[in-house]
Design a protein around this ligand. Structure first.
Ligand SMILES: [Zn+2]
Length: 132
């Protein structure tokens, strides 16, 4: 059986410090720098990724609130066969916002958004197993 691409990572740059309300999760300060968000879609992963790239939409997921900000840009995207939480756990970075994107996480990730400070996203995404 061929493993399906079931998870993805968004490599995100935040150009200036932002103060943002992330739905019911609360209000947070996002420092300048690089972030990696790990997500998954059981049915149509490409459609989900396309949705992330679209600015005009109803805010639903935690990540929608962040991506909606003008200072926030997706630099790169990679897809993976790994399950979302395994991929997230092996991703370098700090958890600065507990519970972000991990409402339905069963693996105690703490957060599916990791902060990498000034770590170069190009370097990180160069290790991608598969790219778009
Ligand atoms: Zn998880």
């Amino acid at each position: 059986m061929v493993n399906q691409l079931q998870s993805y990572q968004l490599f995100i740059n935040v150009a200036k410090e932002i103060d943002l309300i992330i739905g019911k999760l609360g209000r947070f300060i996002f420092p300048v720098g690089s972030y990696v968000y790990t997500g998954s879609a059981k049915t149509n992963i490409d459609k989900r990724i396309e949705r992330h790239l679209c600015k005009e939409k109803k805010l639903h997921w935690h990540i929608d609130y962040l991506l909606n900000n003008d200072a926030v840009k997706i630099i790169d995207i990679k897809k993976s066969e790994m399950i979302e939480c395994s991929l997230n756990k092996k991703t370098y970075g700090m958890i600065i916002i507990r519970g972000f994107g991990s409402s339905d996480c069963n693996f105690c990730c703490g957060s599916h958004l990791k902060y990498l400070g000034d770590y170069a996203l190009a370097e990180l995404s160069a290790n991608a197993t598969r790219r778009l």
